[in-house]
Design a protein around this ligand. Structure first.
Ligand code: ADP
Ligand code: MG
Length: 555
């Protein structure tokens, strides 16, 4: 049964964060989606014509409204989501809406037709045009359809400020995608000018990612569900985090593909977004951003939804602790996820990638050969794993080097006499700027100047001694990458690369097994320090499908 509507009292109204509610078509869509989700919809269909001012229609299968409530709903400050005297309860709302002003605001600047049924034999059609409401019977099953036409028809300035159909629809599409990812248990569809743009199935985050992006990306992602405690005023409170993280091998050039929701409400929160990106940490190269969608559920007293007129931000108490918890959860999820990339051809999307026991991800693996002196082939139950030996060795070296630098224990080899290395001007100034760092990495550099470095010691971290030329390659590599975010990390990654196995280095089976043992001990075994994958897997079913075998066994 639908809860019935009341009008908020003046004290409560005064508490509400005021501001313009409807500034562009995407805002109409957000408000209507909030309402559909608050009505408990399991399916929401959005249709848009042109830039959205022509027509926006949102249809849901939620609880619907009685005729009496429908007429109240379009008035200002009427809501079913708060008691009339709710001024104390504003921070405790669990619904997306709570101010009772969205429908009224939309009716102010558009023509609205609301067709709804709360389970009665006959539904209600309410049409609001130029402030006049007309009510009639309507045939409709339970749920609500709201159609908004002629948005801003009598506000030419507002219309002028819109960015054109492609850009406005782009914003709408981004909004619907954000909701679809924040509420992966709800089926969403979005259509534009009669064509379906995307749909999701309501079957969880991987399917939502598949709908919003594509099958390839959905396959290369790990689902995260994590509960943790944070310190609060009452002692501790629980923070839940759910969502999906694309592997670091999937990147985008902007941070927009990192989507964050708080209590199921999509928000533009740069702090939480940064925490997710930081969780990917060294797995991403310089300017790359990940694709991720998470929903954070902080302790109840931590969230204030009433800070932004368009509800696009929430106030967060304990922000620092929440951001730290998000960063850790993302980092852990990526480290424990089976970030092996699965061969693209014939993967069953419904099977989740198993997470790997951290203690020995490659324990049951048998090396069966090598391909082109670069890839190790290994059998792991019903999977054929292909390991890039260079990428794997780089990861191992990188983590060892990190540990050695942390312990001030990088072994070095003295060059007698010192060697002169000529480098580009950019590399020379980089070396000078990071002299301490180079020193801590085991390079002894006596003089910088004139594009020449006098090198008296080099690191000898892994049995192989880096030669002075490796320093040039390392510095040039980093200098070419313009300004790395974290020069220290970039140096470590480059340095790890120098003594790593190359294509053409053939390995004995014993060496290959040792490499995999070391890789298994790494904190992040599935990506090299530059963010490329170390392991791909092809499951037996893929091979069976390729050979037209009905089954994967011999029966
Ligand atoms: P709020 O969501 O803040 O309560 P709105 O103006 O958005 O304010 O909506 C007013 C009321 O109309 C809601 O409280 C709800 O009871 C009702 N309503 C709006 N849209 C729907 C819908 N799609 N399904 C059911 N009820 C709805
Ligand atoms: Mg609302």
């Amino acid at each position: 049964m639908a809860p019935s509507l009341t009008r908020l009292d003046e004290t409560t109204i005064a508490e509400i964060a005021a501001g313009e509610v409807i500034s562009r078509p995407a805002r109409v869509v957000s408000e209507l989606l909030d309402n559909a989700l608050d009505a408990g919809a399991s399916r929401i269909d959005v249709a848009v014509d042109g830039d959205g001012t022509e027509r926006i229609r949102v249809e849901d299968d939620g609880h619907g409204l009685s005729r009496e409530d429908a007429t109240l709903a379009v008035e200002r400050h009427t809501t079913s989501k708060l008691p009339a005297d709710a001024s104390d309860a504003l921070t405790a709302v669990s619904t997306l809406g709570f101010r009772g002003e969205a429908l009224a605001a939309i009716c102010d600047c558009a023509t609205v037709e609301l067709v709804t049924n709360d389970g009665d034999a006959v539904g209600t059609k309410l049409r609001v045009e130029d402030g006049e409401a007309t009510v009639s019977d309507a045939a409709r099953g339970q749920g609500t359809t709201i159609t908004v036409t002629d948005l801003f028809a009598d506000r030419p300035a507002r219309r002028e400020s819109l960015a054109g159909p492609a850009a406005e629809f782009g914003r709408i599409s981004d909004r619907v995608a954000a909701y679809a990812l924040a509420r992966p248990e709800v089926r969403f569809s979005l259509g534009h000018d009669g064509t379906t743009t995307f749909t999701t199935t309501g079957n969880g985050p991987r399917d939502a990612l598949l709908g919003v992006y594509d099958a390839d990306l959905a396959r290369q992602a790990t689902v995260v569900e994590h509960a943790t405690d944070i310190d609060t005023a009452e002692g501790t409170g629980s923070l839940d985090l759910r969502g999906i993280l694309a592997y670091p091998s999937v990147t985008r050039a902007s941070r927009e593909h990192v989507r964050v929701a708080v209590d199921g409400r999509p928000v533009a929160d740069s702090g939480l977004r940064r925490a997710v990106i930081d969780g990917y940490d060294s797995l991403l190269a310089g300017d790359d951003y990940p694709v991720a969608a998470i929903d954070v559920r902080p302790p109840a007293d931590a969230v204030d939804p009433n800070v932004h007129p368009a509800k696009q931000a929430v106030g967060l108490r304990y922000r620092e602790a929440i951001e730290a918890a998000v960063e850790t959860a993302v980092g852990d999820a990526l480290a424990t996820a089976d970030a092996r990339r699965t061969e693209a051809a014939a993967t069953d999307l419904t099977t989740e990638l198993d997470s790997v026991d951290r203690s020995d991800p490659f324990a049951d693996l048998r090396v069966i050969g090598s391909f082109r002196e670069l890839y190790l082939l290994c059998e792991d139950d019903d999977q054929l794993l292909v390991v890039d030996q260079h990428a794997a060795h780089e990861r191992v070296n990188y983590e060892r080097l990190q540990a050695a630098v942390g312990d001030d224990a990088v072994p070095t080899a003295t060059l007698e006499p010192p060697e002169s290395v000529s480098v580009s001007p950019a590399a020379a100034s980089l070396a000078e700027a990071h002299a301490d760092l180079l020193d801590s990495l085991g390079f002894g550099i006596e003089a910088f100047g004139g594009g020449t470095l006098r090198v008296s010691a080099v690191p000898a971290p892994f049995g192989r001694t880096a030669d002075a030329a490796a320093l040039r390659a390392t510095l040039d590599g980093i200098a070419a990458d313009e300004t790395p975010d974290d020069p220290r990390d970039a140096l470590l990654a480059e340095l790890a690369c120098q003594p790593s196995l190359k294509a053409g280095d053939s390995l004995s089976t014993d060496d290959a097994e040792r490499l995999l043992d070391r890789l298994g001990e790494c904190e992040q075994p599935f990506a090299c320090p530059h963010g490329r994958p170390t392991v791909c897997s092809i499951d037996e079913a893929t091979l069976a499908a390729g050979f037209d075998r009905g089954s994967t066994r011999f029966d």
